[in-house]
Design a protein around this ligand. Structure first.
Ligand code: ATP
Length: 433
């Protein structure tokens, strides 16, 4: 076990996102000393602090703080909450607590974790956990670079503990699992490893590939639940810098992770997906963007992939209905007018429309233009103004609005005057017939 003395004050100044957190941590530190229970930082904060030291890189302040206690966490938290305003927001089956602490009118969220041991009874299933000591808690972790801890209280106050040669791997830039069955126990670690590799520009160690091979042999990725698989992939989109998305997906493809998870996809689809996501960022809500991302990963010729990512039968059926709709229109696509195409696009929700444009590239340019522009085109004349011009309420208003939109999109009318003239022509035509 490697033990290195560190400057705790400097560590805290580097990682803490707010100066007021010092007070909370000092209190936690004092309570743990009084109770003689070892309190320490683990995971991302320790890794990022060392990254900063080793590579002199600018590392952002901790977004979430993981504090681990080797002891009775529930009663420890009770003591803290006697001294500070706050509440336990969530208690998980893994002996963890999300706690909101209010200090001088400001709320802080801290994840408190019980030092624990994990037992994986079945491939790809969630573990059973038991309270344990810091050694077991280190050894349950995903990668050596995430298995470093810094003590806040005795017996290791101000000490960095490295049981697994994590500092060496940080220096060499290696993503190394703690043991070769790691991905059989929990295949989500593969996606985590890919994120760290790309985020830090590291390499996979030999052990990573060996563990991956074992995971494939046991078909562990196929046994990972759809929800867990989808959640990991969503982190590519939501947690990592946008510029990394393409590399994340291509790395996943090249390591044959999609294939071994039961998802058929290819490089062209992934490249096109990334560029569409970027191009249409402003046009989609967060939920639409997430849904498009997941649906877009799958080649629709192999529908099983959609089930694999946890989509509902009804959603898949709906998408397939639109696939048929486009397929029917495609043979005549070149001779359809722009307006006829728009009428088809309007029947399809934006998320599904984008998925179709990925797989039927001849529609792509117009789908993008539709989502960015055409669908937002509205006449300048208001309903009131149309009534004043002599348009009747009800069906007739609908008809003229549609005509105005069509002519505007086709570039035949440009301003209010043109619109008024069109309305007058419409009324004249009607009186003649
Ligand atoms: P970041 O948030 O920067 O991606 P992090 O390390 O803080 O990195 P979290 O997901 O918050 O990531 O996890 C905290 C720590 O918990 C990790 O550093 C790792 O030690 C451990 N951990 C998280 N998920 C797993 C897992 N699936 N298997 C083993 N250990 C894990």
């Amino acid at each position: 076990m490697k033990k290195i003395k560190i400057n705790l004050k400097e560590f805290l100044e580097t990682i803490l996102p707010h100066p007021k957190l010092f007070e909370i941590l000092t209190l936690a530190q004092n309570i743990s000393k009084k109770r003689k229970e070892f309190l320490y930082f683990a995971g991302g904060v320790v890794r990022d602090y060392l990254l900063k030291k080793i590579y002199k890189k600018k590392v952002s302040k901790a977004k979430d703080i993981d504090l681990v206690l080797q002891g009775d966490l529930k009663s420890f938290l009770k003591e803290i909450l006697k001294e500070l305003k706050g509440e336990i927001l969530f208690e998980s089956q893994f002996l963890t607590y999300k706690v909101k602490i209010n200090l001088n009118e400001k709320d802080f969220l801290i994840d408190f974790i019980t030092a624990r041991r994990e037992i994986y009874e079945d491939i790809s299933k969630l573990p059973i956990v038991f309270p344990s000591n810091f050694r077991d808690d280190i050894l349950r972790r995903d990668f050596t670079i995430n298995a470093l801890i810094i003590g806040l209280s005795p017996p290791y106050e101000g000490i960095l503990i490295d049981l697994v040669d994590g500092i060496n791997d940080l220096e060499r830039g290696l993503i190394k699992p703690l043991h070769l069955n790691s991905f059989i126990d929990d295949p989500t670690r593969i996606f985590r490893g890919i994120r760290y590799k790309v985020r830090f520009g590291f390499n996979f160690s030999e052990e990573f590939f060996l563990a991956l091979k074992r995971c494939f042999e046991k078909e562990a990725l196929k046994r990972l639940s759809g929800t867990r698989l989808a959640n990991e992939l969503k982190l590519y989109l939501n947690k990592e810098p946008e510029k990394n998305l393409k590399t994340l997906l291509i790395t996943t493809l090249e390591l044959k992770i999609f294939e071994n998870s039961g998802i058929k996809t290819d490089k062209n689809i992934l490249n096109s997906l990334v560029s569409l996501l970027k191009d249409l960022k402003e046009e989609l809500t967060e939920r639409e963007r997430e849904k498009f991302f997941l649906l877009g990963l799958v080649n629709p010729e192999f529908v099983d992939g959609f089930y694999r990512l946890g989509f509902l039968e009804s959603e898949i059926k709906e998408l397939m209905k639109y696939v048929e709709l486009i397929k029917k229109a495609l043979p005549n696509w070149e001779i359809l007018s722009l307006w006829e195409k728009i009428k088809i696009f309007e029947k399809i929700p934006p998320t599904y429309l984008l998925v179709l444009s990925l797989h039927f590239p001849s529609t792509k340019k117009e789908v993008i233009k539709f989502l960015k522009d055409y669908r937002k085109v509205r006449p300048e004349l208001t309903g009131e103004e149309l009534k004043e011009l002599g348009i009747k309420e009800g069906k007739e208003i609908g008809k003229i609005l549609e005509l105005l939109r069509k002519e505007k999109i086709e570039g035949k009318i440009r301003n209010r005057e043109d619109e008024k003239n069109l309305v007058i022509r419409f009324l004249l035509n009607k009186s003649e017939t």
